[in-house]
Design a protein around this ligand. Sequence first.
Ligand code: ATP
Ligand code: MG
Length: 433
Amino acid sequence: MALIAKKIKGTEDILPRDSYKWQFVEKVLSEEAKVYGFSEIRTPVFEQTKLFQRGVGEGTDVVQKEMYTFETKGGESLTLRPEGTAGAARALLEHGLYNDGLPIKAHYFTTCYRYEKPQAGRQREFHQFGMEVYGAADPIADAELICAAKSIFDRLQLFDVRLELNSIGCPRCRKNYHQALKEYFAQFSDTLCATCMSRLEKNPMRILDCKSPVCKEIAQNAPKITDFLCESCDDHFKKVQNYLTAADIKFTVNPSIVRGLDYYTNTVFEFISDSIGAQSTVCGGGRYNGLIEELGGNPLPSLGFAIGLERLLMVMEAEGIEIPTPDTCALYIATMGEGAQREAFRIVKTLREAGLEAQFDIVGRGLKAQMKYANKIGAQFSMVLGDNEIDTKSAKLKNMKDSTETEISLGESFMEEFFSALIAEENGLNKAD
Ligand code: ATP
Ligand code: MG
């Protein structure tokens, strides 16, 4: 039989056997967001195209060639969100969240859509976790945000993910810098890639972010933004570094980090892993003091970062970080006959109400196949119910690990007896450890 459809190129399914890994990571991320005081924000998957054009920046690769943009039946241009910041910022403005008292701290989990060349660590639909701070201009806010990202990597035991830091200043310092970059790169107009040639006039800083090896090589000796920072940007950058050092957070200053989106000012940073190949940036972020104004609000200093969850999981796998497997089914009830099935249905319901995973046969298989299934799902205990067990109100509870059996009443004391067996099993396990 031919399938009528396949998954879209650059998208991935997260299957039941793997989803616990995502849930584990998402739980850690939510907990870290909580201790740092970031509540969750959820925004729509599509927005008006102009939000991203203005917010993400007309000169960026994302806006120029990576967006999934379509026209609605009513003729409006919409875009699937390529990143999480613009939507969060729009919601902040639309709901006047800044009236709730500053700073506003929010985190998000989103799918993002970018029409990129799919490869390891680069998909067309991917997942991000992000943290956003609005209304904090002080460099201590940059340090706190970076510290939050660092503590996520630490909690996941990813101690080799390293922090690289830069400042790209404010529009004032960038004016002179752009000039210097233009002069420098103009010498290489024969060798720069076509995209970078088009960047030369409009946005020469983008050349520093080019992925082509030739452009990367040329960019190595380009003038450094850190030599062009105005006094206040320089002071801001020095303070961020001092706070990080005081908090014992190691970093290196990398003057070629400019980030892929146009909205950044001052601090930019990346967390990079050497264990996942070319798409090595797991987290990117920084300050964007001009974004809110760009979107039509009053100026509001802001900052944030996003972690790519696919890449985060790739690093965890590459580094051999063990993710605890979920608790397995506590009891599987195998049944023979309709009366037994009804009784099994009743028993699993009581167990489930007590918060335990319990299962029974719902596909009408033979006893042997049912027991095979109980094994496959890793049930801790199993129990066979037939007419005899129903009549005597008693069954045999089988410990699936060592195959020992104990008698269990199906009457009022069932739950109590089952819990005792479960506790005994878990204590036994502890002893063995
Ligand atoms: P890159 O330079 O790798 O293209 P970017 O500058 O476009 O990254 P951001 O827009 O800052 O990245 O997104 C933040 C994070 O989201 C990245 O560091 C990465 O972990 C992840 N990410 C970005 N694009 C993709 C993608 N196409 N597939 C998977 N993850 C991605
Ligand atoms: Mg990109």
